[in-house]
Design a protein around this ligand. Structure first.
Ligand code: CP
Ligand code: NVA
Length: 327
């Protein structure tokens, strides 16, 4: 294991990931009981956001504050990052002032470079390829609702090769889940990642399925997960072809009927399940669809645990920071 950084789940063992989930649960409980121990007093944390965020930013800020650390928020409009200063130079500068750095942006290479050149712990808050902090929160949520992770039947349906799908695939392979990616063949994850995960699954007992069949992929699922059809950083004209491809893959009462009756519904959020967003409205004007990756009915249903997931971002991001400094 890389002792300090949290760049992608591929860098961690099954035990290390399970320990992060356990620590997230402990920190959650301690906070609720009012007995949280502050282990990051006086640390200074830089939060770089080249893409927008609600949950990840707030989770890092509140987690740092709960643990006694300070945060500084930097984005591309108000800093030199990217335009006037390379990531390598930025890393060297921030490494002289801060004890840890969170990065959300585009290429995975950038967050890896920050880790190489800053000399302080670096956490990946989302890149084009991976969203690893999300998966610790997701798996904690599944554990809370289903009591186990090993062999759990988790189906991810939608854009099968985005950062969330890729990270779920790695996490599921490492922790031995029965994981299905349900997506058109043209949206299957990259072959190299699939091969790596299949290799991992041989050691952990994970069952990994890639299928374009909704019925097969969702059959008896205990948890159903989706994400947006177009991710941050993709061009606006991607919407048309993605809607054409993914319309049949919407999570709705029909697709949920293939899963177990008590299957939970997960979504990393934000989600387009109604017309209460600008993007949702624009899509409606252009394509006439009111709900995208999930119907409002499923989103609002009793099976939906999306806000538990959102809360768990706080506890899991706190666990990730705490373990980086206490390893
Ligand atoms: N799920 C997630 O990462 O949300 P934000 O984009 O709001 O941080
Ligand atoms: N796949 C989404 C995740 C957002 C949390 C995106 O990258 O926009």
């Amino acid at each position: 294991m890389n002792e300090k950084h949290f760049l992608k789940l591929l860098d961690f063992t099954e035990d290390e990931i399970n320990n992060l989930i356990k620590l997230s649960a402990k920190l959650k409980k301690d906070k609720k009981l009012g007995i949280e121990e502050k282990t990051l007093i006086g640390k200074n944390i830089a939060l770089i956001f080249e893409k927008t965020s609600t949950r990840t930013r707030c989770a890092f800020e509140v987690a740092a504050s709960d643990q006694g650390a300070n945060t500084t928020y930097l984005d591309s409009s108000g800093s030199q990052i990217g335009k006037k200063e390379s990531i390598k130079d930025t890393a060297k500068v921030l490494g002289r002032m801060f004890d840890g750095i969170q990065y959300r942006g585009y290429e995975q290479e950038k967050v890896e470079d920050l880790a190489t050149y800053s000399g302080v712990p670096v956490w990946n808050g989302l890149t084009n390829d991976f969203h690893p902090t999300q998966i610790i929160a997701d798996f904690l949520t599944i554990l809370e609702h289903k009591g186990k992770l090993k062999n759990i039947k988790l189906a991810y349906i939608g854009d099968g090769r985005n950062n969330v799908a890729n990270s779920l695939l790695v996490g599921a392979a490492k922790l031995g889940l029965d994981f299905r990616i349900v997506t058109p063949i043209s949206l299957f994850p990259k072959k190299e990642l699939i091969d790596t995960c299949l290799k991992i699954s041989k050691e952990t007992g994970a069952k990994l399925t890639l299928t374009d069949s909704i019925e097969k992929g969702l059959k008896d699922a205990e948890a159903v997960y989706t994400d947006v059809w177009v991710s941050m950083g993709e061009t606006k004209d991607t919407w048309k072809k993605r809607i054409d491809l993914l319309k049949p893959y919407q999570v709705n009462s029909k697709s949920m009927s293939y899963a177990k009756k008590d299957a939970i519904f997960l979504h990393c959020l934000p989600s387009f399940h109604d017309l209460e967003t600008d993007v949702g409205n624009n899509i409606f004007q252009e394509f006439g669809i009111k709900e995208l990756e999930v119907s409002d009915e499923v989103f609002q249903s009793e099976n939906s645990v999306v806000f538990d997931q959102a809360e768990n971002r706080l506890h899991s991001i706190k666990a990730i920071m705490v373990s980086s400094f206490n390893n």
